[in-house]
Design a protein around this ligand. Sequence first.
Ligand code: TYM
Length: 334
Amino acid sequence: MPKPIIFSGIQPTGRKHLGNYIGAIRQYVEGQERGEPAIFCIVDLHAISVPYDPVELRERVYDTAAILLAAGLDPERCILFRQSDVPEHSELTWLLSAVTAHGDLNRMHQFKEKVGKDRELASAALFYYPVLMAADVLAYRATEVPVGDDQRQHVELMREIARRFNARFGETLVVPELVIPEVGARIMDLQEPERKMSTTGGTEQGTVLVLDEPDLVRKKFGSAVTDSGREIVRSPEKPGIANLIDILAVARNTDQAQVEGEFDGSGYGDFKKAVAEAVVEYLAPVRERYAELRPDEAGLDRIFGLGAEKAQALAAPVLAVVRERMGYGAGSPK
Ligand code: TYM
């Protein structure tokens, strides 16, 4: 079996939360072992699709890189880079827009959620967001895309874009597979467990940040919304408890049945304390390594430089074929 080519992207913010960690970052670290290569990109071009501050953006890119490295990404074993350093992403976005249906972009849940009522004022970049995302992945002929459940529709669209490109211009791009974790693909807000955990759409108290101080983590879990029952079981009527079971199973590296068995007969208070302690322990090494890595911006720049070089070496030949197939330049088919 050939090894997978793994690609994933993450938005630059210092406010990465437990959902990002459990749903995605954990998979990136594991992906380094399997991917050849495993490519991870901090998507600073996506970040401008909503109002932003240029000085902050640069800072948040460093924050995110330091979080990923602290979580266990190793630049010797993966390619970690900044999206804007590899212009092939932007060029491919435009080229792929030729085989992207306007109607499909209009149907994207994330677009609808983010534009809200201000549809007329939303940036065109927000509308184009999924095309840039498709370009990110297709530029590397990636075979696997590890993400959380909320990216399912975006991955489905990039698969469709690849298929349409191939049908129109000949077999060129690889249709990538969605990879979502068995447990933790959708971590919910602790205060409103029917909504996903998110720094933009969720509640402050219900969102546990990777860099939160242990006492704050304890407080957030202590006030997590449960229900009026007593049973610690996963059921659709108990979204709060089900979410905590998932979180504990991942933090302790065990499974949900094991957690249900262990806490059978316990009260919610004790259960929430156990989840909080497990998460504090789970995130402590990441917080510590982050504090060491973040100040060294020159070191992070070196990692970005190397990563961009390796990424570009992979993306440029794919772009050359795409251009040629689309009728640009005088080259011959590869
Ligand atoms: P971003 O930065 O919003 O989120 C990063 C990853 O975290 C996952 N995630 C979650 N997983 C479980 N529970 C949650 N509550 C939760 N919230 C977020 C996301 O699914 C994601 O995997 N569009 C992407 C970035 C991107 C990308 C790409 C991803 C750009 N280009 C190419 C894959 C491939 C995003 O906004 O991620």
